[in-house]
Design a protein around this ligand. Structure first.
Ligand code: E4P
Length: 233
């Protein structure tokens, strides 16, 4: 399973790359705004550079299907690792599958976004999306269990040998991450604030404290024995 960071915060992305756990990054216009990006192109080029070969998802900003295609083509020229996020439908409910299909035929990586149901994921995969982004938190907002959707989509993709990979986004709690991983997500995109919570545990700290204290005692004893040992140099 791969881990993406759901953020446009370069410092956070670099920090978690150094920790060795980042396989890619996803953004959307709300994340860019929250993380202070003022220039989409500058931000996308900068983050794509930080990521090296790892994918960076950048979302189109229009409801108009023709504009989506044009924006996607432009985004793809900014860096080789940019994947374009296309919503499954625009805000008027018009299908964006044709946009996904066209871009994927042109060799542009597509992340089908705002997926809330099995059938949306099925069609996005058929249209050629590289990634299908299931929004776990928003699925749960509507009273449905995201683990069921994730598990069903994963088993259907595997059964039919389709190459689309599931990204689980819209993470609201650390438990969502565990549930998505166990339900079969290929990738989970994690907002950076959850990563320290995943690493830390108060009892692990206590355990390490005991070991460090005992190590100090043991080293003291060892050095005494060494000094006392006959013929010791
Ligand atoms: C990721 O690709 C999504 O854009 C993001 O996780 C959406 O999260 P939200 O439901 O908190 O907006």
């Amino acid at each position: 399973m791969r881990v993406f960071v759901d953020s446009a915060d370069q410092r956070q992305i670099e920090h978690w790359i150094e920790q060795g756990v980042v396989d890619g990054v996803t953004t959307n216009p709300s994340i860019m705004f929250k993380d202070g990006a003022t220039d989409l192109e500058e931000c996308a080029r900068r983050l794509a550079g930080v990521l090296g070969e790892r994918p960076l998802s950048v979302e189109v900003t229009s409801n108009d299907l023709k504009t989506m295609v044009e924006q996607a083509r432009t985004f793809a020229t900014w860096a080789r690792n940019i994947v374009v996020k296309i919503p499954i439908v625009n805000e008027y409910g018009e299908s964006c599958l044709g946009v996904m299909h066209r871009l994927s035929q042109e060799g542009i990586g597509v992340n089908a976004t705002a997926i809330l149901s099995f059938n949306q994921a099925l069609l996005a995969a058929k249209a050629g999306a590289t990634y299908v982004s299931i929004f776990a938190g928003r699925v749960a907002d509507e009273g449905n269990d995201p683990a069921v959707t994730i598990r069903n989509v994963r088993s259907w993709l595997d059964d039919w040998d389709l190459s689309s990979h599931i990204i689980v986004g819209s993470i609201r709690t650390v438990m969502d991450i565990q549930n998505a991983a166990l339900a079969g997500a290929h990738i989970i995109t994690i907002p950076p604030q959850f990563l320290p919570k995943m690493v830390d545990h108060r009892y692990t700290r206590e355990t390490v404290r005991q070991f460090v204290q005992d190590a100090e005692k043991t080293l003291k004893e060892m050095s005494k024995t060494k000094v006392a040992a006959p013929g010791a140099r």
